[in-house]
Design a protein around this ligand. Structure first.
Ligand code: ADP
Length: 362
């Protein structure tokens, strides 16, 4: 049979008490009468005549001793038993209360928190449970938000595809290569959305493996320059790399940094019709920064705070058709954060935008 904590505490107190009382009683039982007799002998030696009353005194003493021992054992055990009951109840009550609250939390009441206890160990347990609860609550809230946003995003292309398919089935429109191309475009968009979402969910949950190493970013910047220059149109913007030939190494994940740069450069190319796109590099305090500066359409001041939010696009209707998912910058933001850096944006409508991210120097 398993014994509850309260019974265990109570029994352990009881055992301690019994040992205490038993040793007190047995020691005094042995020593008190002897001491009393010795005392009497002392008195007799001093000249007191106790011959007649000696036996009487000894029995009287023993009676008195027995009575008071009985009373003290009774009162002592009751008081100690009561105290032990109270203490063990107080501790187990707290624990039962904590158990009930954690059960409520497990059943989905995400705002359930443990109260602070005056027992430091229990208080410590409450505090760590509460920390865990808060972080789980955050994850849960984000999960709900993502699902909400996601269904909203998926609905549009699905509605378009269904619309076309129904019209085709009913013979309302003629099947033409253009129609099929539109259908393919929408499904491609769905595919990209799903891929981006997978990446985003990994990044937000912190499951993306980040392999931080001491790296020199210059070769990466050069190869990206080449790749993006090939993509630019003849009459489009020019790509400029403003980077010293030797830059200090950083502590970062080269693949994730490339992913961020590809996103920033991709956006810059997409939103810039003429002028230039510059990759600028510099150091500040113990960090290296890389900025992608474009002379494109820019972002309105009231929108600047939203650019890193998931699914946010400046022009919802236009970009929904252009294929932007509004997730790229959210992922970039998270990737930079996971590498211990930060990312900022400055922009002026019609003038251009600067996206700058910082990485810790090695
Ligand atoms: P996507 O480009 O896939 O829509 P992003 O998260 O990369 O998603 O960007 C979010 C939005 O931020 C874009 O839709 C666009 O409105 C705005 N944006 C991003 N980069 C730039 C830029 N260089 N110039 C102007 N607007 C930009």
């Amino acid at each position: 049979m398993k014994m509850g904590l309260r019974t265990r505490l109570f029994f352990s107190h009881l055992v301690v008490m019994i040992v205490g009382v038993a040793s007190l009683v047995s020691i005094s039982k042995i020593s008190s009468p002897r001491l009393f007799v010795l005392h009497l002998e002392g008195l007799e030696n001093q000249g007191f005549d106790l011959i007649d009353v000696r036996a009487e005194l000894v029995t009287g003493f023993e009676l008195a001793w027995q009575r008071s021992t009985l009373w003290s054992v009774l009162v002592g055990t009751t008081a100690a038993g009561g105290l032990s009951y109270w203490v063990s109840r107080r501790i187990t009550q707290r624990l039962t209360e904590m158990e009930q609250i954690t059960q409520k939390f497990a059943l989905g009441q995400m705002d359930a928190r443990l109260p602070v206890s005056d027992i430091p160990e229990l208080s410590g347990l409450s505090a760590s449970f509460n920390r865990m609860a808060a972080s789980l609550e955050g994850v849960e809230a984000r999960r709900r938000e993502v699902i909400g946003d996601m269904t909203h995003e998926l609905r549009t292309p699905l509605t378009v595809v269904r619309g076309y398919l129904e019209e085709l089935a009913d013979g309302e429109i003629e099947a033409s290569p253009e129609i099929y191309r539109r259908l393919a475009r929408e499904t491609k968009r769905l595919e990209r959305l799903v891929n981006d979402l997978q990446e985003l969910s990994k990044a937000e949950a912190g499951y993306l493996p980040i392999n931080i190493q001491r790296i020199n970013l210059r070769p990466l910047l050069e190869s990206l320059m080449e790749k993006f220059t090939d993509q630019l149109l003849e009459d489009g913007p020019v790509l400029i790399l403003k980077c010293p030939s030797v830059i200090p190494p950083v502590l970062a994940d080269i693949d994730r940094t490339e992913q961020v740069l590809v996103n920033l450069l991709g956006n810059a190319v997409y939103y810039t019709n003429e002028g230039s796109i510059t990759i600028d590099v510099g150091t500040e305090a113990s960090q290296l920064w890389i900025a992608v500066i474009d002379t494109g359409i820019g972002i309105a001041p009231e929108n600047l705070s939203h650019v890193f939010e998931r699914f946010w696009r400046a022009d919802q209707s236009r970009d929904r058709h252009s294929g932007g998912t509004g997730i790229g910058l959210t992922i970039s933001h998270r990737l930079i954060e996971l590498q211990g850096g930060k990312i900022q944006v400055e922009s002026e409508l019609g003038v251009g935008s600067t996206f700058r991210f910082f990485l810790p120097l090695a």
